[in-house]
Design a protein around this ligand. Structure first.
Ligand SMILES: [Zn+2]
Length: 294
């Protein structure tokens, strides 16, 4: 399958649009970040090196083959091209890749805290867990090697002390996963500041997994049975999601009543609180608003 000239022109415009959105939302600063799209079976359209993603024009893009050789374009392809090539090599279903440094998600990547807890239904259905690929020097072959461990089983991951990487069946789906990761990171941070992170029970996580089939969501890989990673050291084939056994309950308080933490329940903090998803979302939205502009 090859892309014709008109659709390539549209993809050039789409990459500029996604670059503008990433820059406007503060996911990149200066010349950070890079975006690529698969053109048919053997070519990629990619952002060039050393340009701000907020101010790109369609003519700046490069076309490369799947080994990274430049076929078209006046500028050189992104310095992180090897990481993109690695994704396309291992994920035939991936048609676009986004890399950025969204500050809250990158904060988790710096702290070494993966976003792997069962907290939000939409994150569980679209991304599942978001692990952290080991630190690697940007632009070297180390980075694709670090990404390789998770790329088969995940559509989004954090890169230790660096940023985040997402892939999708088209450009906007890869970009929206970047938005979801940053949004989830903000919500997780607020919940932890509030001192309580109620996790969804494993029964609910399984129910959400079944819904993926209903909505035709095939990627990323399913959640590992029993919540444990496969024992091999090789690439992950399923996702580790932290969710407690619920004994029939669908929402399980994680660690209630820790000393020194805020207790919003008005109780001693060791009692279960029950919230609908709507109430939980409203509480989190309020808390984010109270923190001021992001
Ligand atoms: Zn980067």
């Amino acid at each position: 399958m090859t892309a014709d000239r008109a659709s390539i022109d549209q993809l050039r415009l789409d990459i500029c649009e996604v670059g503008r959105r990433m820059y406007a939302r503060g996911y990149t600063a200066s010349n950070d970040g890079n975006i690529s799209v698969r053109l048919g079976d053997d070519r990629l359209l990619m952002t060039p090196t050393a340009v701000c993603k907020g101010f790109m024009t369609p003519d700046m893009m490069c076309i490369t083959d799947l080994d990274g050789r430049k076929l078209e374009g006046e500028r050189n392809p992104s310095s992180e091209m090897k990481m993109h090539l690695e994704v396309y090599r291992h994920r035939p279903d991936a048609r676009a890749v986004c890399h950025a440094h969204p500050p809250t998600a990158t904060g988790f990547a710096v702290a070494g805290i993966p976003l792997d807890k069962a907290v939000l239904a939409e994150v569980l259905t679209t991304l599942g867990s978001i692990p952290i690929a080991e630190y690697a020097t940007p632009s070297t072959a180390e980075l694709p090697a670090a990404v390789r461990k998770f790329v088969k089983a995940h559509d989004g991951m954090l890169l230790a002390n660096h940023g985040a990487l997402t892939l999708g069946a088209d450009l906007f789906s890869a970009y929206y996963k970047m938005e979801t990761i940053e949004h989830f990171a903000k919500i997780s941070l607020v919940a932890r500041q509030l001192g309580r992170e109620n996790l969804l029970a494993r029964e609910e996580v399984e129910r959400l997994q079944q819904l993926r089939g209903t909505y035709g969501i095939k990627a990323p890989a399913p959640i590992c049975a029993d919540g444990a990673a496969d024992s091999s050291d090789g690439p992950a084939t399923c996702q580790v999601v932290q969710s407690p056994a619920g004994d029939g309950q669908r929402l399980v308080p994680e660690l209630a009543g820790l000393p020194g933490r805020l207790d919003l329940s008005g109780d001693r903090g060791d009692r279960e609180i029950r919230l609908t998803y709507r109430e939980l979302s409203a509480l989190i939205e309020d808390a984010i608003r109270a923190l001021g502009p992001s």
